[in-house]
Design a protein around this ligand. Structure first.
Ligand SMILES: *Cc1c(COP(=O)(O)O)cnc(C)c1O
Length: 365
């Protein structure tokens, strides 16, 4: 059996260190906003090359609180893509704002910048590009449009910890950035966790208050806030895993290269941003024969996954916005043809060989 992600193989390498870190956090007994959270925020900000980092309860909450810190409220519009995990768009709804979708590019699977301007209205407050599967979006172009219309940019970095764009780490470039530490992400904890990063002091102060009941000073509540904090045990785990992230991302990149060598004549593969570093949260192929490929893999006990089978604009929970089939044809076509293959730092060359040859056979059937 080859799973998508093998956290047991990861434990074999870092398990002892993790256990020690968790034990120390427990012995410290400061479970909420404790010392590991503070240290992790410093260490991760330094790693990303950004001024401020704030640990929050999840990636979804990172997006939500970041939008609130940018002042998004009822009646506002927020632009994002329909080909993403639902949380990107849910965060917009949490602020009672309207999600306005822009289709993605077929090759990069990221926001099609050429379509953004047509969607901007006086109500547009924020653009949320997503670095899908670890592939950096074209941030310079998005930021240039945002500046022209005095709009803010929040990037969804949930899938791209460690990725780079024009030599800078993603998470240090936009007005504010949101990360997830869901266990399967490139940098994942052992539960739920998230992070907001920014170089803007005002945004930093706001999200710090928003994650903690809207309070700057204990028991004085300046705004409606939330209970959304990264906990100390998760932060302790993340401090250990942060030391390994470059090595693990390098392994992902090496594996993606191997896959690409074996499969580029057989199926389409998500392109890499030439101005960036793709960190391969997922390795995603595109094929008319997606379903037969998946079936053959399954018969050989090899996992694969469809991210995402239904674009956000066609989800039931978004039905009252009036979007319909045909509105975003690239996203809809991708949803029918994409397949993500097992990729993780511990996948062996032999396994890549097996997976690739099954795919080849399936396509040539
Ligand atoms: C995982 C993910 C999120 C949400 O993160 P959680 O920590 O699970 O809340 C948001 N956006 C994208 C693109 C994701 O992949």
């Amino acid at each position: 059996m080859i799973p998508m992600l093998d956290l047991k193989r990861e434990l074999a390498i870092i398990g002892d260190e993790i256990e020690e870190a968790v034990k120390n956090s427990i012995k410290g007994t400061r479970f909420i906003l404790g010392p590991n959270v503070e240290s992790f925020e410093k260490e991760v900000a330094e790693y990303l090359g950004v001024k401020y980092a704030v640990g929050v309860g999840s990636g979804t909450e990172a997006l939500h609180l970041a939008l609130r810190a940018l002042g998004v409220k009822e009646g506002d519009e927020v632009i994002t893509v329909p080909f993403t995990f639902i949380a990107t768009a849910e965060a917009i709804l949490y602020c009672n704002a309207r999600p306005v979708f822009v289709d993605v590019e077929e090759d990069s699977m990221n926001i099609d910048v050429s379509q953004i301007e047509a969607k901007i209205t006086p109500k547009t407050k924020v653009i949320i590009p997503v670095h899908l599967f670890g592939n950096p979006a074209n941030l310079d172009e998005v930021i240039a449009i945002a500046k022209k219309y005095n709009i803010k940019v929040l990037d969804d970095c949930a899938q791209c910890f460690g990725a780079e764009y024009k030599g800078n780490k993603i998470g240090s470039i936009c007005d504010v950035s949101a990360f997830s530490f869901f266990p399967s992400k490139n940098l994942g904890c052992y539960g739920d966790g998230g992070l907001i990063t920014t170089n803007n002091e005002e945004i930093y102060k706001k999200v710090k208050a928003l994650r903690n009941h809207g309070s700057f000073t204990r028991y004085y509540h300046e705004m409606l806030g939330f209970n959304s904090r990264l906990d100390d045990i998760q932060a302790a785990i993340l401090r250990v895993k942060l030391k390994y992230i470059d090595k693990f991302n390098e392994d992902r990149i090496r594996i993606a290269k191997l896959y690409r060598e074996k499969l580029s004549d057989v199926v389409k593969i998500q392109s890499e941003n030439k101005d960036g570093l793709h960190v391969y949260h997922q390795f995603t192929i595109v094929s008319e024969k997606r379903d037969i490929i998946q079936k053959r893999l399954q018969e050989n006990e090899i996992a694969s996954a469809i991210y995402y089978p239904i674009p956000v604009h066609l989800q039931k929970s978004f039905s009252n916005f009036g979007y319909k089939k045909g509105d975003f044809s690239v996203s809809e076509t991708l949803a029918e043809k994409v397949l993500s293959l097992p990729i993780n730092p511990f996948l062996e060359d032999e396994e890549i060989e097996i997976i690739s040859s099954i795919i080849k056979d399936a396509v040539n059937e």
